[in-house]
Design a protein around this ligand. Structure first.
Ligand SMILES: *Cc1c(COP(=O)(O)O)cnc(C)c1O
Length: 360
């Protein structure tokens, strides 16, 4: 068996230990003679898995009691539509900060539900910078303020939570959740698709201040209401049980690594190693303003486009996989989520230096 070094942006690498445990428990989970995905989501055994996963996530992120934790499905994209439906009423405005492809998509989807006001748009910088805070057109009456903390495609991360006064902050943390400690109290809602930093695709984690659950109009179908999911422990219908179980294994793995402070230190070291190699090379380039460079997704270009295919082919020969950048940005992108070991980044940096020597 050969495990490669997987820089995929998502679905993305999971810790070997987690995959090995899932494998070992696949046919006979907990001495039940069944797989975890073959049992009732309402049975005692799965209930324990679900509750433990929530408890571990609450511990990792230090989630206060007045926030609900939901395990939902439909991807982060589903939340793009459900957030305005649940958190705002007809006639209200919702504020969106556009800093890259994902926040742009979120704003577009919300616009099919509510009147969206774009607070500021980073498109003129080609999403390499965040528009100056002084120029943001914030509406103090907005139902909420939405932003994407880490733009997975452009590799642009806002390392601080924006201060927008008393308007609740709603944050898409799909590609940065659990990479560092967070102050949950700064947010009204955070949400994240699982397939970047948590576990298998199909699961979305949402952490929502309980008073916001009450905002949904009564006319909204139950299955679309965050409050109904919260009231039923995210088991209004059958949840993605296997994904929930694997997410729980990942939470326990993070705890064994020393929790989020340890993840943050490691992630900062990994990204610094890679950015330093890019900046010092005189060969590779990352266009993002240093203050907003992502810890998780590191795009970079080569001096000549015709080198891209050679780079990818030689990287693959060394087991360095999935480095092709998003088609909208071009070049390369190394996604270095929690489960990417420092040795994986070191191997990439060594390969990049050698490639630059041969082609520079
Ligand atoms: C991947 C991603 C999404 C979309 O997730 P889906 O699960 O495919 O809906 C949304 N936002 C961000 C920041 C992402 O990285």
């Amino acid at each position: 068996m050969r495990r490669v070094t997987n820089f995929s942006a998502g679905p993305a690498v999971l810790p070997d230990e987690v995959l090995a445990q899932a494998r070992d428990e696949m046919l006979d989970w907990n001495g039940s003679g069944m797989s975890v995905m073959e049992v009732s989501h309402r049975g005692k055994a799965f209930t324990r898995v679900a509750e433990q996963a929530e408890a571990d996530l609450r511990e990792l992120l230090q989630v206060p009691d007045d926030y609900a934790v939901l395990f939902l499905q439909g991807g982060a994209t589903m939340e793009f539509a459900l957030l305005p439906m649940n958190l705002s009423a007809e006639g209200q405005v919702v504020d969106y900060l556009v800093t890259g492809s994902w926040s742009k998509k979120a704003a577009k989807e919300a616009a099919s539900v509510r009147k969206v006001s774009v607070v500021a748009d980073g498109a003129p910088s080609r999403f390499t910078d965040v528009p100056d805070r002084a120029g943001w057109r914030l509406d103090p009456q907005a139902a909420y303020f939405h932003y994407c903390a880490n733009e997975t495609i452009e590799g642009l991360e806002m390392h601080e939570v924006p201060d927008v006064g008393s308007v609740p902050v709603v944050a898409d943390l799909s590609s940065t959740i659990l990479s560092r400690p967070l102050d949950i109290r700064r947010y009204g809602v955070i949400y994240a698709g699982a397939q970047k930093n948590i576990g298998p695709a199909g699961l979305v984690i949402m952490i929502i201040r309980r008073d916001l659950l009450e905002r949904a109009p009564a006319s909204l179908p139950n299955i679309l209401k965050f409050s109904a999911h919260a009231a039923e422990g995210s088991m209004l219908n059958t949840p993605p049980t296997f994904a929930w179980y694997v997410a729980g294994l990942v939470f326990q793995w993070i705890k064994r690594q020393g929790g989020l402070p340890a993840m943050a230190e490691r992630n900062q070291r990994k990204s610094a190693m890679l950015y330093q190699a890019i900046d010092a090379s005189g060969f590779y380039r990352n266009p993002v303003k240093p203050a907003y460079r992502s810890w998780m997704n590191v795009p970079f270009t080569l001096p000549r486009e015709e080198l891209d295919a050679v780079f990818l082919k030689e990287a693959e020969q060394q087991g360095l996989m999935n480095l092709k950048g998003h088609r909208s940005v071009g070049g390369m992108r190394a996604s270095i989520y929690n489960a990417m070991p420092e040795s994986g980044v070191a191997a990439l940096v060594d390969f990049m230096a050698d490639f630059a020597r041969r082609h520079g």
